[in-house]
Ligand binder design. Structure first.
Ligand code: AMP
Ligand code: MG
Length: 515
């Protein structure tokens, strides 16, 4: 362990620009030796042109302590939990593991529609870990002190929001939704000034990468075509290697990113997830959900639900998420224009073509998932209307989104209406008739529905209860118990206390950015 000294692993300095397509891959997937903790460091991002990063170190903190460590994740990454979970100094940023190469990434972003130059203002990328299967993961410390991109911020994060990211990202993973993950939260011993004085904390985030729409906006704003092309080639090699040999690589890349986002946003809607701050710097090209600030899950089905206190106009409301994703993707397409075609008019036509497909891609993913939620294993032309009528009835009846779908996921509910409500009976008759027109048995239908309708989601009042116990009493037991229940969200065994909607008054629930 080297306090505040980093040693580059072999090969980190191989230059992408000089490498060419084939060599990018060779570099990206060259195995390195693991150390006793299991880290196998590599640093492909650090080899990008200098404008994309600043080499810098975390800022030391007075008394690091690990409050939660994700053993199953560590194991799945080929890391050694027993060796790592006592290394508070590493997970608070006081010591740099040998072979890591700390840096802050530069990016830009549209925040609530306004373009700003940003960058990791409170995060440090330690490098990329290669797991035993050769998969590459960014290992990032979030809340690790000021960087050259901190602007007016203190570079710090607090315990509540970092635990919140840990809980919700792990819940999303268990739900089967692409997401960054959380390896550890360490408290720092520092008091951090927000509306009140709060305990400081550092989250270790694991991500397929931290390349954002905003990273491309940053490259485009620099007016440096070589840097933009290098970033695009790098991202293709890292996330879409199947496109490397394509003769219309950048167009295919744009389409592939659009496809992943269309699929991701549909998955969010299927479980009632509201990201809350879909700025372009919070949209990852990997297709993972990233940046769990003011996010929350919807209770009653209300399409215009907004939880974030700063989202006063509902820009990022539940039902706005598809069109905001498309807007963000349009910013990506704009940034890629010089790569799409040398002639600008043609480039714009190509961008329009790719973006124009977003709506259908999204609708396709959304409808397929909604069919699964209703046990429809075949496709009929009226399915979208059937789904919409159920949603309209749920909206009018103020019904809990998660629990209504679960209440339907029973053979008894298929046989007889699960709700004694005049508005529901005609819909139930249509649904039952629709199910009868497909060859699958009720048992198959129920199995499909149970696999797509979670029993537990991270209920806001349960998350708040866990965070309050952790921050105010230093009791992580409530968080551990919640994580345990959330780790198996489709199981039939979840205790009622975790599946019940919140007590009255929850309509006014608000979330806050953790800055
Ligand atoms: P976020 O809202 O977490 O996505 O952050 C938006 C931008 O602000 C990112 O560039 C962050 O690095 C930066 N930022 C957020 N909080 C802080 C902070 N306390 N100190 C410095 N930079 C911050
Ligand atoms: Mg962010």
């Amino acid at each position: 362990m080297l306090p505040f000294r980093a040693r580059a692993s072999p090969g980190w300095d191989c230059r992408l620009k000089a490498a060419g397509g084939g060599l990018i891959c060779a570099m990206l997937f060259a195995p390195k030796d693991a150390d006793s903790s299991g880290w196998r460091w590599d640093h492909s991002y650090a080899a990008l042109p200098g404008i994309f990063l600043t080499r810098t170190l975390p800022v030391a903190v007075p008394s690091p302590e690990i409050v939660i460590f994700n053993r199953p994740l560590a194991r799945s990454l080929g890391l050694n939990p027993e060796a790592l979970e006592s290394l508070a100094a590493v997970f608070a940023g006081n010591e740099i593991p040998e072979g890591a190469l700390p840096l802050a990434q530069a990016y830009a972003g549209h925040q609530f529609g306004n373009f700003t130059n940003l960058g990791d203002g409170r995060a440090i990328l330690l490098g990329e870990h290669l797991d035993p299967a050769g998969r590459r993961f960014d290992i990032q410390l979030k809340g690790s002190g000021r960087t050259p991109y901190s602007r007016g911020g203190d570079g710090r994060a607090t315990l509540g929001p970092m635990l919140r990211e840990y809980i919700i990202s792990e819940a999303m993973h268990a739900l089967g939704i692409p997401t960054t993950r959380s390896l550890a939260v360490a408290t720092t011993g520092e008091k951090v000034m927000r509306q009140e004085i709060l305990p400081g904390a550092v989250l270790t985030r694991v991500a397929a990468s931290h390349i954002r729409v905003g990273t491309f906006q940053y490259a485009a704003a620099h007016d440096d075509l070589d840097a933009l092309r290098t970033l695009a080639d790098y991202t293709v090699a890292r996330h879409f290697p199947e496109l490397l040999e394509s003769d219309r690589k950048y167009f295919d890349f744009l389409e592939a990113v659009i496809e992943r986002q269309a699929a991701l946003i549909a998955r969010w809607l299927h479980v009632g997830f509201i990201h809350g701050v879909m700025n372009t710097d919070n949209m990852a090209l990997s297709g993972e959900t990233i940046d769990y600030g003011p996010c929350a899950f919807m209770d009653d089905y209300r399409p215009d639900t907004v939880f974030s206190s700063i989202d006063r106009h509902g820009r990022y409301a539940y039902d706005q998420q598809p069109q905001i994703a498309r807007w963000n993707l349009a910013r990506l397409a704009e940034s890629l224009l010089p790569l799409l075609h040398a002639e600008r008019g043609t480039a714009v036509d190509l961008a329009d073509e790719a973006l124009g497909a977003f709506e259908n891609r999204f609708r396709g993913h959304w409808l397929l998932g909604m069919r699964h939620k209703l046990g429809l294993l075949t496709a009929e032309a009226d399915d979208a209307a059937l789904v919409q009528e159920l949603l309209d009835w749920m909206h009018a009846s103020h019904l809990d989104f998660t629990n209504t779908f679960r209440a339907l996921s029973k053979e008894t509910a298929i046989a007889a209406p699960a709700f004694v409500d005049a508005g529901f009976l005609p819909w139930h008759a249509r649904w039952a008739a629709r199910l009868a027109r497909q060859p699958q048995s009720p048992a198959e239908v129920v199995a499909m529905m149970r696999a797509h309708n979670p029993v537990v989601i991270p209920r806001n009042h349960r998350v708040e209860e866990a965070l309050t116990a952790a921050v105010e009493q230093g009791d992580l037991g409530v968080t551990q118990r919640l994580l345990e229940v959330l780790s198996d969200p489709y199981a039939l065994t979840a205790p009622v206390a975790f599946t019940a909607p919140p007590p009255a008054g929850a309509e006014s629930y608000q979330t806050f950015c953790g800055t």
